[in-house]
Every structure is written in structure tokens, then in C-alpha cells.
Design a protein around this ligand. Structure first.
Ligand code: BES
Ligand code: MN
Ligand code: ZN
Length: 507
């Protein structure tokens, strides 16, 4: 799908030929000289249409309007959430039509913010993504072209560009997450990462079993030893700032299929464990966006990717392994494998002397019980990092909620046979998993996002959501802005203003 941003008055929009005109309508819309606002004002006045989110009024071949269909959708209070709802409502109603080219009119909204433009574009992308890579007939979305019409394209441009970049990143994450495990093996996932290496300022390196063994990643290797499919450790670098600038490190859990291992899962819904690499997919998606937007910061992406299967060589409950950090781990449950692959990736992250490390993982079923599909769970050892991530969740409509890390929660991880066990009791499973990870994140500001509830939808609409790509991108862009804010630049690096300034600094 492609997007186009245009400055169009309501009068001009009336003569714009398209299959459908989607008008985000505020309750206080006044009639002007054009047919469109006259129609909307009349509908509002008569009470036949209310501008609440989710409300819709559609008209066909309306006099004075060139568009085949006009859909008035309620924009409610004009908040980002209402804008998203309105676009969803409108595109939902258009699903049955054959609309290929639509105009999305945002010009009727009062003091339109650039963020609202972004929200509208992202909602369009979300609503029109179609999975087809393992179907014999390639189905493409009917909707091909969206013209985003605003009163002033110049002020909307930043939000529009962010939105279109995000659509690409979210789509990339959804696509790889949705692919079945036999079409998204660790090797194929590494191939997808390598593809991102074609983008400007992105470099990708992939380590295999031998290199990982040399690094001493005993916890990661233990998970991978039950399958014939070789593991991959993917290292992505986005270099948008001077080399001296400490990077943000993103670590994504990349279990391409989680059977549970010897502690095997029940069969019902086990297919959903192909989504156990959604953390990894979100890191790839975020890099896709970085490649597009080229912000002035450095980011490293680390993805430990493997299958968690069972077999004659599989790791067994009670086995003790040595992690890269030197800490020994008693694997009491082979289904608590995410933390095992992540702990070695966290230790690996130390070599980048990061300014912050954020891991993203479909880590616990307990997280789904605690927060459902609305908010991801956020844990952090650093107040300012926690605030930045929570704020990024709000501004991108990709919400998370801070959870506790009290030392008492680590009690159950104690064992007589190793430095730490990989499971605690039944209580607060989402927290005890985070407490396990925290042991490997002592040397940098660290945050952990458990996305088990938010990364994919269950039931009839089963499929990856692309979350938390929007949150990560807002967080990273915020980090880039913080680096250039006067007085806020980290002391180890010169403040970097623009890409050109960076290029100069390098020579
Ligand atoms: N990938 C799962 C977590 C998961 C389960 C995510 C269901 C989404 C839906 C993870 O590897 C896992 O199996 N965790 C166990 C941990 C337990 C053994 C302590 C869990 O949550 O049951
Ligand atoms: Mn598991
Ligand atoms: Zn898992």
C-alpha cells in the first residue's frame, strides 16, 4: 500500500475522484460553502449522526462530491485514540467494498497535531495488512492507495513520515511473526535480519553454534540442543551517531517454536508458540523503521534465535548449565527457556557499554493472566528509563504498565544445586521471570518488556500485532532527541545535531 500526503481544502476534496472519502468528523463541524461540510453539518444537526468514536454514516454518489462513497466517521474528542478508532471504523466498513483508492480527510479536525496524522497512517497500515506468504493464492489487500488530506501538509509532514516508516516496521514484524516455524527458522530469521543490512547505516552479523560455544553461552546452547535446527545469534547495528556515542541495546527473544522441551506443553494452542519470536520480530521491525527515519543515535539489536524442542539430546529438568556470565543455572523446567536465551544475550550486551538495554520477550503465560492483551508488562531497574518507556507507550498508543522488582520476589529462584534456578513457584510468574533476568543486567540501566499478552491476537483474528514496535520507535526517537537537547548530552560524547554533523564528526 502506498500513502500520499496532500494539502487539500474541503472544497478541493469534494472534486477529488476516489473510491471512498473517509472524513474524520468532529462534533462541532460547521457547514462551509462546500458540499462535504454541508453534508456533515446537516447529519450532525439532525441527530442522524453523532461524532462519537465508532459512529459512522455512509453516503453513495452524493451530489457535489466526486468520491463514490462518503463515510463520515466520528472523531470523538480528537485524541490519538479516537483518531485510531475512527480510521478503524471507516476501513472496517469499507472492507466489503472494492475501494482501491481512498482519501482520508483529516482537515476537518480542530488544530490537527502531527501525532494524529501518524496515528491515522499507522491505523491504516494495521487495518490493511494481509498475511499470504504460505497461501497458494497470493491475496493482496484491495486498498492500494491512501491520500491523507490535511489543511497544511508542511506541519503534518513529520507525523506522516513517522507513520509511513512505522507501517513498514510493523508490517515487517507482523509478517515474520506470523510465518509458521518451518518458514521462520533461526536461519531464515537471520536471513531477514541480513536483508535489513541493505538499509543505510545498518550492519548485520550472524553467529552460529561454533561462535556461540566459543563465547560460552551455555544457557542459550542448552535450549538449542534438543533440535536439529541450528541456532543463530543475530547482531544488528544501526549507526546514526558518532562512534563514541553509547548505544541503546534492544534484545529480542527469538524462540522460533516453543514446544516446552522435555517439560512439554499441552497440545491445545501449541501452534501459537510459533509466535514465541515476537520479541525478535519487534527488534527487526524497529530496525526497519530506523533504516527509514535515520535518527541521530546508535542502536544495537541482539537476537538469540533457536527452537525449543525435545529429543534424545534435549536438556532435562535438573540439568545445571553455566551461562556466559559464569553464573550456573539449574533448569528445573525446560519450558522456562526464554530467560535462558535472554540471559546470555544480556551478558553479551555488556561489551557495547550501552546507555540502556531493553529486552523484549513473550516470556510468561502469567503476563497474559495479569495484563491480558491491553498493556505489556514493563520492568526496570532505572527510573528515568522506565519513565521514557512508559511515556513512549502512551504517545504511540502501544501501552505498557510498570511492574515491581522487589527482592522478595527472587526468593523462589534459590536452589541448592546452582547459583540460581530457572523457575520459582506459581505466584507472580511474570515478576519472578523478570527477577531471573535482572541477575544478568546488573551492569547497565535495564528494562524488560513482557509482551506475551500483546504480541499476537488469539481466537478468530489470530495473528501478530506488531507490538511493541510503535513503543520502541517512540522510545528510540526520544533517546535521539535527548542526545541533542542542550545540556542533556551525555558527557562521553559530543552533542550531535544532524546526520550531516555526524558525517563530519566521523571524518
Ligand atoms: N513462551 C512461553 C510464554 C507464553 C506462554 C507466552 C503462553 C504466551 C502464551 C514461555 O517460554 C513459557 O513457556 N513460560 C512458562 C514459564 C513457566 C514454566 C515458569 C509459562 O509461562 O508457563
Ligand atoms: Mn516456554
Ligand atoms: Zn517461550
Amino acid at each position: 500500500m502506498d500513502f500520499e500526503l496532500k494539502t487539500l481544502t474541503l472544497t478541493r476534496i469534494c472534486s477529488e475522484k476516489c473510491d471512498a472519502l473517509l472524513v474524520l468528523t468532529p462534533q462541532d463541524l460547521r457547514a462551509g460553502d462546500d458540499a462535504l461540510s454541508a453534508l456533515a453539518a446537516l447529519a450532525l444537526e439532525s441527530g442522524d449522526f453523532e461524532a462519537k468514536p465508532g459512529k459512522l454514516l455512509s453516503a453513495y454518489r452524493t451530489p457535489g462530491i466526486a468520491a463514490t462513497r462518503v463515510l463520515l466517521v466520528g472523531a470523538g474528542d480528537g485524541s490519538l485514540k479516537s483518531v485510531r478508532n475512527a480510521v478503524n471504523t471507516g476501513l472496517g466498513a469499507l472492507k466489503v467494498s472494492n475501494a482501491q483508492r481512498i482519501v482520508l480527510c483529516l482537515g476537518a479536525l480542530n488544530n490537527l497535531k502531527s501525532d494524529a496524522v501518524r496515528a491515522a497512517v499507522v491505523a491504516c497500515g494495521d487495518a490493511t495488512y494481509l498475511y499470504s506468504s504460505t497461501k497458494s493464492k497470493v491475496s493482496t489487500a484491495k486498498l492500494q492507495h491512501v491520500v491523507v488530506a490535511v489543511n497544511d501538509a508542511a506541519t503534518a509532514k513529520a507525523g506522516f513520515d513517522k507513520g509511513t516508516a512505522l507501517v513498514k516496521g510493523i508490517e515487517f514484524a507482523r509478517e515474520w511473526a506470523n510465518r509458521p516455524a518451518n518458514h521462520a527458522t533461526p536461519t531464515l530469521l537471520a536471513g531477514a535480519a541480513k536483508g535489513l543490512g541493505k538499509l543505510r547505516n545498518i550492519k548485520v552479523e550472524v553467529l552460529g553454534p561454533r561462535e556461540v560455544a566459543r563465547l560460552g553461552m551455555g544457557a542459550f546452547m542448552a535450549v538449542a540442543q534438543g533440535t536439529a535446527e541450528p541456532l543463530r545469534f543475530i547482531v544488528l547495528r544501526y549507526e546514526g551517531a558518532a562512534r563514541a556515542e553509547a548505544p541503546v541495546v534492544l534484545v529480542g527473544k527469538g524462540i522460533t517454536f516453543d514446544s516446552g522441551g522435555i517439560s512439554i506443553k499441552p497440545s491445545a494452542e501449541m501452534d501459537e508458540m510459533k509466535f514465541d519470536m515476537c520479541g525478535a520480530a519487534s527488534v527487526l521491525g524497529a530496525f526497519r523503521v530506523l533504516g527509514e527515519l535515520q535518527p541521530a543515535l546508535n542502536v544495537v539489536g541482539l537476537i538469540p534465535a533457536c527452537e525449543n524442542l525435545l529429543g534424545g539430546r534435549a536438556v532435562k529438568p535438573g540439568d545445571v548449565v553455566t551461562s556466559m556470565s559464569g553464573q550456573t543455572i539449574e533448569i528445573l523446567n525446560t519450558d522456562a527457556e526464554g530467560r535462558l536465551v535472554l540471559c546470555d544475550a544480556l551478558t553479551y550486551a555488556e561489551r557495547f557499554k550501552p546507555r540502556a538495554v531493553v529486552d523484549i520477550a513473550t516470556l510468561t503465560g502469567a503476563c497474559v493472566i495479569a495484563l491480558g492483551g491491553v498493556r505489556s508488562a514493563l520492568f526496570s531497574t532505572d527510573e528515568s528509563l522506565a519513565r521514557s518507556l512508559a511515556d513512549a507507550g502512551e504517545s504511540s498508543l502501544d501501552l505498557c504498565w510498570r511492574m515491581p522488582l522487589d527482592e522478595e520476589y527472587a526468593e523462589g529462584l534459590k536452589t541448592s544445586f546452582a547459583d540460581v534456578a530457572n523457575i520459582a513457584g506459581k505466584a507472580a510468574g511474570v515478576v519472578t521471570a523478570a527477577k531471573f533476568l535482572q541477575r544478568f543486567a546488573a551492569n547497565f540501566p535495564w528494562a524488560h518488556l513482557d509482551i506475551a499478552g500483546t504480541a499476537w491476537k488469539r481466537g478468530a483474528a489470530k495473528g501478530a500485532t506488531g507490538r511493541p514496535v510503535p513503543l520502541l520507535v517512540d522510545f528510540l526517537l526520544g533517546q535521539a532527541a535527548a542526545a541533542v537537547a542542550p545540556g542533556k548530552a551525555p558527557s562521553r560524547a559530543k552533542p550531535v545535531k544532524t546526520r550531516r554533523a555526524v558525517a563530519k564528526a566521523r571524518v
